[in-house]
Design a protein around this ligand. Sequence first.
Ligand code: AKG
Ligand code: FE2
Length: 341
Amino acid sequence: MVTLAAEYLTQIEQNGYALVPGALDEELDLRPVDDEFNAILDRVAHELHRSGDISSDYAHLPFDQRLIRVAAESPTSIMEHFEISLAQPHELAMSGLNPDERKKRFRMNTGQATLNLLRSPRLMDILEPLIGGEIYCNPVQHTRIKLPVGISERLTPAQRATGLTDTTIWHQDGGVVLPEADRTFTVTVWVAMNDATEENGCLVYSKRSHRSGLSFHCPTTGTARPGLAGSIPEEWIDTDTAVPVPARRGDVLLHVPLTKHRSLANRTDGIRWSFDLRYHKTGEPTGRPLFPGFVARSRSHPETELRDANEWREQWQAAWNRLLEIEKPSFNRWNIDSSVC
Ligand SMILES: O=C(O)CCC(=O)C(=O)O
Ligand SMILES: [Fe+2]
């Protein structure tokens, strides 16, 4: 059954989120990204093996098991190679590198298949009735590959530096950007690259939570990136409204900046792989001005759409060079020493 766009809009307005089953195409959207990720993992595994950092290139294993083995053995996070954004330089193990080596330390996935997914006509057709025909891809975007909890809990801070392999704690997407984006109507598109279940860490939404404004966000404690002001304490959440939302490969979930959400822990021995992408009208503030977004669809000026992954890469390399000049860039508005936390 095809659900009309109006129905997604109603669901988002009522609940703060909507599930779009079968949004993406296996051949056109998903398989090229699988191939690109396989090639990245292959390159990373060979490099690490050649430099003696891991004991095997694990080439005989399927993608998910190979990734788990390489991630667990590599002395630093391998997620930077798959990620579609940049970590802050001070969070990465870069001491001992001179300025030139730091520039070359730019690591990110800017592959053509991944860019094609971010501007997939299937996604644009879902978004156009919600935000119009001038669609901007916001640069706050992530590749998440959740490792089994038993493994990720044993990783060193350098191995888990990106936080992308861990369980996500309660937050609002509007809470992780600067106030300049408070009036931007951003739609988050969460893409399931494999089936996300309650066992392997699907998303959990607090239903209707988008109606009660922006919560204070506190430093994350315990696991992934201590000190980063990125989460809402669980005691502040009305957990009666919490609904786990499993999604099949190729489904997408939509939510808005004020929807409170988290993910469950991955209690399987495989991975849980997703992208989270954000879109709004072209020209509106992104909330992270240091990073480059791009025109994903333009009905009025199609020639302004970004189509070439080399151009995409150059824009991110320039952002990395800018980031290196700044001691501790501010990505959000919270004072992590606040007494409310
Ligand atoms: O996939 C996750 O664990 C978190 C995703 C998320 O926070 C988002 O899509 O905004
Ligand atoms: Fe989020």
